[in-house]
Every structure is written in structure tokens, then in C-alpha cells.
Ligand binder design. Sequence first.
Ligand SMILES: Nc1ncnc2c1ncn2[C@@H]1O[C@H](COP(=O)(O)OP(=O)(O)OP(=O)(O)O)[C@@H](O)[C@H]1O
Ligand SMILES: [Mg+2]
Length: 240
Amino acid sequence: MLEKITPIEVPPERKRVHFKFPASPRSGRTVLELQGVRKAYGALEVFRSVDLHVERGDRIALVGPNGAGKSTLMRILAGVEAPDGGARQPGQGVVARYFAQDEASRLDPSLTVYETLSAGSPIAMVPAIRNILGGFLFEGDDIYKRVRVLSGGERTRLAVARMLLHPSNTLLLDEPTNHLDIDSTNVLLDALTDYGGTLIFVSHDRYFVDRLATKVLDIGRGAAVLYPGTYEEFRWSRAQ
Ligand SMILES: Nc1ncnc2c1ncn2[C@@H]1O[C@H](COP(=O)(O)OP(=O)(O)OP(=O)(O)O)[C@@H](O)[C@H]1O
Ligand SMILES: [Mg+2]
């Protein structure tokens, strides 16, 4: 006798989002240079003397414990905070975009989700807006919600979507994966994998770092040491 088969509820599959970054002319070979950078907050010396050379196409993950100085170095790299000593030299033709650790709180609370993306997006990207909103789980009437009513996770998703719509050849991302669910993380991961520019990022998501990083910058004890290899190789070398 045939047994009665109970159908299993399958959640509707999310549309796979194919997102192409808006084109931006590529930068020169050297993207950023730090020489002897020192940074202190009062008596706390976060960096003693950091040298760093960032080349076009690098994908550098900043790793280190909480409070090590990752966000501080990102702000210095992005040029939004000056070092106390040493120099920062940006390369030729660098069009950089910086995603701060608190980027989600920098959205305009009075705009709707859709307006947040359409305001300031290049006209060529407008047809992509709905597509990318769907990829970051904003569907139907969600797109008319005001930022002020969104949850923390929703704001992060929106901030990431907004960043992806702007042309750049250099991205500085400080924990863009915070509060992102797995699907949204994968949309971001796919977009960044196809990104032709230079990437410097912080993430506590090991899978994300493993998939993206071609170099690792080890932050801590007042220093930043560049390891030319993947995160897996970096962990392996540290375990020896
Ligand atoms: N504006 C500031 N004024 C005073 N101290 C600061 C300031 N910004 C950062 N610090 C201190 O500098 C150190 C490095 O902070 P930073 O935010 O760069 O660490 P982080 O590696 O990004 O940590 P997390 O993983 O928690 O984000 C911390 O001890 C922090 O308290
Ligand atoms: Mg930080």
C-alpha cells in the first residue's frame, strides 16, 4: 500500500540577484601608502609606526581582537581621521568609498527605503535599484517604509545596498556583514567577488574573510603586519 506522503513546506526560494557594479575608471597601481603612521587617544597609543602599501586589486582583510585598532586604521586609510604622526598618501585616480562601522546610523531617517537608494545614485543604476532591494530582502511595500522605522538589521542591509550602487574603484568596508543574514551576506559576497577594484575590509565572519581576502593585515599591540596570503594560510602560519 502506498503511504500517504505529507508534503514538506519548502520556503520560497529567493531570487538570485545578479548585480553588476557601476563602472568606475581604474586607479593607478598604487592605491594607498602609509608611512610611519602613529595614532594615540590621550595616553592610549593605538599605533606606533605603521607602514602599508596597498596595490590595485588587493583584497586586504584587517583582523585582530576587539579594540585592537581596526576601525581606527580604517578611518586613517579612508582619510576621515588624521594620524598624529607619519603620512598617508593616496594614489592616482583613486575613487574610494568608505563604509563606517556605524554606517547604518548615518542613513537619513526621513527618507524611504527606495528614496535612500535613488537619491544620489547614477541614473544608469536606477533600473537596478528594485533588483538590488529584492536581493537585500526589501520587497513589496517595504520599499516605502521610512528609515526611521527600520530595525538595525534592515538599516545595515540598506546601507550596504546603497554603497553597492555608487561607482568606485576602492572600497573600505568596516564590518559590512554585521547584522546581515546569510542570504544578504551572500549577495554582498558575490558582488564583492566580482568587484574589479581594491578592497580593504573588516569582518568577524570567517567564511566571508576566507572567501575574499588575498592578504591579511594583522592588527594589534600597536602594529599592523601584512601577511601576503589568504586568511586560511594566515591562521595556519600562526598555529605553527
Ligand atoms: N575617538 C576615540 N577616542 C578615544 N578612544 C578611542 C577613540 N576611538 C577608538 N578609541 C580606542 O582605541 C582603541 C581601538 O579602537 P577601534 O575602534 O579602532 O578598535 P577595533 O579593532 O575596531 O574594535 P572592534 O572589533 O570592537 O570594532 C580602543 O581601545 C578604543 O577604545
Ligand atoms: Mg571596529
